[in-house]
Design a binder for this molecule. Structure first.
Ligand code: ZN
Length: 233
């Protein structure tokens, strides 16, 4: 098994920053994305543009950036009834979690990613999950990721390392991390070519990127960017 990495790259701000983090660390980096019939498949489109621009803007990273894997996970849309996979309003559910929570999603993603990593001989599996300022998704928690690492290694007799570089930092610190890794060229790339909005809107450009500006994902991204700018001023 080489020291290479597989990054779960959705096309959002967090996973884009994780991709840069991996490229700064590992000799070879591959990416994986999942088509689970998200209501707004825009993330899947922007991820291609981001990869292209990343290759163009960062030649030393381009040399390390290998294959991009896209997996069809339509089955996830079939088993879950959530605001990301059905035409529902975003709201809190009886469990206290927002209905943007897709049960099992990250567990399925990481399990399938590890199967690809196994085949490709990649040791590090990088995910943008974060416990700090997320919506309380239980599959983004540190304990879930650590437990899953044990399960995957036992079940595949491997020594994968699940890396979650954003686990303990907030959205403002994620912008700082991106700037530290790739300067303004990278933060500009994140603004222009990543997508976070739950509504799939890209008509309006804000200083933090494109989106409706009102959904919880836009709100979180906007507040993070604002805090980052305030701290830098
Ligand atoms: Zn939005």
């Amino acid at each position: 098994m080489s020291g290479g990495a597989l990054v779960l790259f959705s096309g959002g701000q967090d996973s884009a920053t994780c991709l840069a983090w991996a490229l700064a660390r590992f000799a070879t980096v591959e990416t994986v994305g999942f088509d689970y019939r998200q209501r707004h498949a825009i993330e899947l489109d922007v991820r291609q543009a981001f990869l292209q621009e990343l290759r163009r803007g960062f030649p030393t990273w381009a040399e390390k950036l290998g294959e991009d894997h896209v997996l069809d996970l339509a089955v996830l849309g079939q088993v879950s009834e959530t605001a990301l996979t059905r035409d529902l309003e975003i709201e809190a559910t009886a469990s206290g979690l927002p209905n943007t929570f897709v049960p099992g999603r990250n567990i399925v993603f990481l399990t399938l990613a590890s199967a690809i990593a196994y085949r490709r001989g990649l040791k590090h599996i990088v995910t943008g999950v974060c416990e700090t300022d997320y919506s309380g998704y239980p599959d983004c928690r540190d304990d879930t990721i650590k437990a899953l690492q044990v399960v995957l290694n036992l079940g595949m007799e491997s020594r994968f390392v699940l890396e979650a570089p954003l686990m303990w930092i907030d959205k403002a610190a994620t912008w700082t991390l991106a700037r530290d890794l790739g300067g303004e060229r990278l933060t500009d790339l994140v603004v222009e070519h990543t997508h976070t909005c739950y509504q799939g809107a890209r008509e309006r450009r804000h200083n933090w990127g494109y989106g409706c500006g009102e959904c919880p994902a836009c709100d979180l991204r906007a507040r993070g960017h604002q805090a980052w700018e305030a701290a830098a001023a």
